[in-house]
Write a new protein. Structure first.
Length: 274
């Protein structure tokens, strides 16, 4: 999870209230997924719904529910025990499927107040924290281009012995949070052929640097790359609709867009015999 940046990303705003020892932060959001092939403009593929509770290391907390605006409860799945690349330090709700339109997504996952509810191990009463997911706009799907050694590089010709600079169109709708809890964010993630994360730009509220809406690029270090390999690169622009705090835990709602593209590294250079 360690991150290296072309320009240093800002630290997350310092929270004035101490966080609980069990939860770092929680998010509920709607998402639009884009695909970019070569130099072509990213094209939207689907919409989806998600909610995540990011757990502190070592917490025994494992059960939680998301209360929808219509009162229905949806149980979170504990990803710590998942097998393979989906294993993570989070509790997760997925929308169940991908939607062809924003209207279809909204019909199944309505806008309104969502409530995170969980029972801390040593607490007498459950914790309930609400945040509103409204009728906001999705940011534009970012276009992506790559550079190495100061020059533009094709997606299928990445040199695995050089740092890879990931550039993307500006997050024009991004803004600072007027509540000073968390600004709009950017996530850049590189996954290998088996879908494991080999490089991640960082998450907020976890004591590490992460990317904000004003960051213009990210550097993926050469040691994250292997020769003759295929990777999936994703660039996400996450616009936060509402931020709040409850029980010392930051929560947020978001409309996010992600552009996904495939990159290939070159094979190793042939050995020269003396």
């Amino acid at each position: 999870m360690a991150a290296i940046f072309a320009t240093a990303a800002a630290w997350a705003p310092i929270q004035a209230i101490a966080q609980t020892r069990d939860v770092n932060f929680a998010v509920v959001g709607k998402h639009a997924g884009y695909e970019q092939i070569g130099e072509h403009r990213p094209e939207r593929q689907f919409y989806s719904f998600f909610s995540e509770i990011f757990l502190a290391e070592g917490t025994p907390l494992g059960e939680a529910a998301l209360i929808r605006p219509d009162g229905r409860e949806v149980a979170f799945t504990d990803q710590r025990g998942a097998m393979g690349p989906t294993q993570d330090q989070i509790l997760l709700v997925r929308g169940g499927r991908r939607y062809d339109s924003a209207a279809a997504l909204d019909a199944e996952w309505p806008n309104g107040e969502y409530v995170f509810r969980y029972s801390p191990p040593d607490a007498d009463e459950p914790v309930s924290i609400s945040v509103r997911l409204g009728e906001g706009e999705y940011p534009a799907g970012p276009a992506v281009w790559l550079e190495q050694n100061g020059a533009k590089v094709a997606f299928d010709s990445v040199d695995p012995v050089q740092d890879l600079v990931v550039n993307y169109t500006p997050f024009e709708s991004g803004r600072a949070d007027p509540r000073q809890i968390c600004d709009d964010m950017i996530f850049v993630i590189l996954r290998d052929e088996d879908d494991y994360k080999v490089d991640h730009s960082g998450r907020p509220f976890q004591g590490q640097r992460f990317m904000l809406w004003s960051d213009a690029r990210r550097v993926i270090p050469a040691f994250a790359l292997a020769p003759a390999s295929r990777y999936t690169l994703s660039v996400e622009h996450a616009a936060l609709e509402e931020t709040a705090r409850g029980a010392g835990v930051p929560v947020m709602s978001t409309r996010a867009v992600t552009t996904v593209l495939e990159i290939h590294t070159l094979p190793p250079l042939p050995q020269i015999m003396n």
